[in-house]
Design a protein around this ligand. Structure first.
Ligand SMILES: Cc1ncc(COP(=O)(O)O)c(C=O)c1O
Length: 341
C-alpha cells in the first residue's frame, strides 16, 4: 500500500536523528504537520495560541483548524521573527501555547520564548518549515521545544514534492499524532476508529525521495549559506540603505531565502523594484502579508508596525542550490541600480 512501506519509518528515523530528537512523524505537508502538532498538544475550541503576525498563512490556519484562535504578536525588526519581549502582553487565561516560526531560516529566540512559556505553563511549538538545518546555540531547530514541524514542499531546502514532518521527544504525544494522522485507526485493530482522525499520511514514494534528499542536506544547507555570503559581500557597501539579513550571535541561519528590506533612504517602492528585476529575468518574492491585514484575521492596520513595514518593504532574492557566484553578482548589481544605490 502506498502509505505503508519501509521508507516511511526509515525517513522518520533518519529525520529524527538529524534533528536530534527521539521521534518524528511524516505527514503529507507542513500544514498538516502543524495541525497535528497542535492537536498533540491538546489544543481545542476556545483556546488561544500565540503566533507571529508575520508568517505564512498556514501557521495561523493550523490554529484555526483546531477551533482555537491565533493571537498575534509583532516582529523583531532585525531577524523578522516573533518579538519575545511582546509575548507577555498577548497572554490571557485562554492561552495554551506559543507557535514560534523560524522565518526565512533564521531561528527564533527560543530561550527567551521558553522563559515566558515556563512562567505561564504554556507549550511551545517550532514552525521550522523554512529552516531545515538552522541552529540555535548549536542545537538543531525542530528539537528545541515541545514539538517542531517541517515542510518538504517543492521550494523548500529539502523536498518530497509535498510533505511534512512533526519532530518530538515525548512518546505519548507521538502516539497520539500517529493515531490522528492515519484516520484515527487503532494500530492493532484494522478498521477500528476510536477517534475522528485525518488522512495526513506521507506516501512511501515521498519518503524514499526524502531519504535521498536527506543524504544531500549538508551540501544543500552549505550552498544556501554560500549564496547568502556572496549576496552579503555584494550588498555590504549599501547595507545602510538596504537592511540585509542578520545572524544573531546565537544563530546559524539556514538562509532558505535571502531577504532584504528597503530602508527609508530608498525612494523607490518595493513593488517597483520587484517589477524592474522581473523585467530582466530575476524572480523575487515579497515578504508575506502579516496575518492581521487579511480578511480571516483582520485587526486593521497599525497594531503591529514592525511586521507591516517588513511586509511592505521586504523582498526575498533568488536563493537556491543552482546559483553560482556570477548569478548573485548579477542580481545584486541590478538590485542596487534599481534602488539607486
Ligand atoms: C512558515 C511556514 N509554515 C508552514 C508552511 C506550510 O507548509 P506546506 O506548504 O508544506 O503545507 C510553510 C510553507 O509552505 C511555511 O513557510
Amino acid at each position: 500500500m502506498s502509505s505503508i512501506g519501509r521508507f516511511i519509518p526509515l525517513f522518520e528515523g533518519q529525520f529524527a536523528a538529524y534533528c536530534e530528537v527521539e521521534h518524528a512523524v511524516a505527514t503529507n505537508n507542513g500544514t498538516s504537520a502543524l495541525h497535528l502538532a497542535l492537536l498533540g498538544m491538546g489544543v481545542g475550541p476556545g483556546d488561544e495560541v500565540i503566533v507571529p503576525t508575520l508568517t505564512f498563512v498556514a501557521t495561523a490556519n493550523a490554529v484555526t483548524y483546531c477551533g482555537a484562535r491565533p493571537v498575534f504578536v509583532d516582529s523583531e525588526p532585525r531577524t523578522m521573527n516573533l518579538d519575545a519581549a511582546q509575548l507577555e502582553a498577548a497572554i490571557t487565561s485562554r492561552t495554551k501555547g506559543i507557535l514560534a516560526v523560524h522565518l526565512y531560516g533564521h531561528p527564533a529566540d527560543m530561550d527567551a520564548i521558553a522563559e515566558v512559556a515556563e512562567r505561564h505553563g504554556l507549550f511551545v511549538i517550532e514552525d521550522a518549515a523554512e529552516a531545515h538545518g538552522a541552529l540555535y546555540k548549536g542545537r538543531k531547530v525542530g528539537g528545541l521545544a515541545d514539538a517542531g514541524t517541517f515542510s518538504f514542499f517543492g521550494n523548500k531546502i529539502i523536498t518530497t514534492g509535498e510533505g511534512g514532518m512533526v519532530t518530538l521527544r515525548d512518546a505519548g504525544r507521538t502516539e497520539r499524532i500517529r493515531l490522528l494522522r492515519g484516520q484515527g485507526m487503532q494500530q492493532d485493530r484494522r478498521y477500528w476508529f476510536p477517534v475522528v482522525g485525518y488522512n495526513y499520511r506521507m506516501t512511501n514514494i515521498q519518503a524514499a525521495l526524502g531519504l535521498a534528499q536527506l543524504e544531500q542536506i549538508a551540501q544543500y544547507t552549505a550552498h544556501h549559506r554560500q549564496v547568502a555570503g556572496w549576496y552579503t559581500e555584494e550588498l555590504a557597501p549599501v547595507a545602510g540603505a538596504l537592511q540585509l539579513p542578520v545572524e544573531a550571535p546565537w544563530a546559524r541561519h539556514a538562509y532558505w531565502l535571502y531577504t532584504v528590506v528597503l530602508g527609508g533612504d530608498v525612494a523607490v517602492e518595493r513593488d517597483a523594484v520587484m517589477g524592474g528585476l522581473a523585467a530582466v529575468g530575476i524572480e523575487t518574492r515579497p515578504v508575506f502579508y502579516p496575518m492581521h491585514v487579511m480578511e480571516p484575521y483582520y485587526e486593521g492596520r497599525g497594531r503591529y508596525p514592525v511586521a507591516e513595514r517588513l511586509s511592505e518593504r521586504g523582498l526575498s532574492l533568488p536563493t537556491h542550490v543552482g546559483m553560482k557566484r556570477e548569478d548573485v553578482v548579477y542580481v545584486a548589481a541590478k538590485l542596487r541600480r534599481l534602488c539607486g544605490l
